[in-house]
Design a protein. Structure first.
Length: 341
């Protein structure tokens, strides 16, 4: 099944806000939170999607080839991935998408599907401790093929959550630092809020002591990228869910890459919906990308096999774009293969 068929199968099963649109562009869900919408006006998710569309691919098929397909595999923090794309974390699945799947079911589904397709899924965190603990257990059972993501709770709570995460020997541990702006985390126990540079470095040191990389997700500009002090960052605005009026990730990615590219691994999410979008992200300097909302649609529409089918579709689309633009490997995808409209 392709994504459109998966979306058709999911339609009507994803709560009142998500319409499982054939193209997940943020327009139908708007400011629908709870639900998959964006905060306030709901326009940031739309802008994320449209910003990739402004980059045109410059074809060039005049290159030496043995007739084989380009190789879309890549290295990510010491782990080989079959394609430069991972499943982004999703928390409170039942709150945002309805009761047909909960966090525990969803995490297991995407972790297994991602590993089967040669990549990894990042798991979400939430108010129920068992969600994170169960996800860490699943990752351990998959040989570390997963990345537990921890919300920016109080440091005591985060350090406690690090214990099962590191015990799973995952590909990395992440914190979605911009989660400090999620409305439903405010006033909760444990409290959540911004983390300073010293706190991030404390967490990174704790991970490094266990031989695990640490990633900060939710860096939107060069200033934050220069301060992060971690192994990898994700250029992200949390899908527009934490602050209205911010720029699209595709708008900010080149400036972040220009200041830290080559010094640390730079990932990006927000509005990536196709292998062509993934090619655009690579050409703008990202080492890999993450995708979230369409994976949820694929999960509701086709379960684990639906997620696998969507990931396979993205890989095939990326390979096609690479072949038509003269890139035999992901390292050969360069900025001059794009033209800004």
């Amino acid at each position: 099944m392709g994504y459109r068929e998966l979306a058709a199968a999911a339609r009507g099963h994803m709560g009142p806000v998500c319409k499982a649109c054939p193209t997940c562009n943020g327009r139908a869900c708007g400011g629908g939170v709870p639900g998959p919408g964006a905060k306030g006006s709901g326009t940031v998710a739309i802008r994320n999607f449209e910003a990739w569309e402004r980059w045109r691919l410059v074809m060039d098929t005049l290159y030496a080839s043995d007739g084989s397909d380009p190789d879309p595999s890549c290295d990510f923090l010491g782990r080989r991935l079959s394609l430069p794309l991972m499943v982004a974390p999703l928390g409170d699945v039942h709150r945002h998408y309805g009761d047909e799947l909960d966090d525990l079911d969803y995490n297991g589904m995407v972790l297994r599907a991602a590993k089967a397709e040669g990549t990894v899924a990042w798991t979400g965190d939430g108010l129920r401790p068992e969600v994170h603990e169960r996800a860490c257990g699943l990752i351990a059972g998959l040989g570390g093929a997963g990345i537990p993501t921890i919300k920016p709770w109080s440091m005591g709570a985060v350090l406690k959550k690090l214990e099962p995460a590191l015990a799973a020997h995952p590909a990395a541990v992440a914190m979605d630092v911009d989660g400090a702006g999620l409305p439903f985390l405010r006033g909760q126990q444990p409290p959540a809020g911004p983390k300073d540079v010293a706190q991030l470095r404390e967490l990174a040191d704790a991970c490094h002591g266990a031989g695990v990389p640490f990633v900060a997700k939710g860096i939107l500009g060069p200033r934050g990228a220069l301060k992060a002090g971690v192994d990898a960052i994700v250029v992200s605005n949390h899908g527009g869910r934490v602050l209205d009026g911010v720029p699209a990730t595709a708008e900010m990615l080149p400036s972040v890459v220009d200041v830290v590219g080559g010094e640390l691994c730079v990932l990006v999410d927000g509005g990536i919906r196709s292998g062509v979008d993934l090619f655009r992200a690579l050409a703008l300097g990202a080492d890999a990308a993450l995708v979230c909302r369409p994976v949820a649609v694929a999960a509701f529409g086709g379960g684990e096999e639906g997620v696998r089918a969507y990931l396979a579709q993205l890989r095939a689309e990326l390979v096609d774009a690479m072949a038509m633009c003269g890139a035999r490997g992901v390292a050969e995808v360069t900025r001059d293969m794009l033209l800004e409209a």
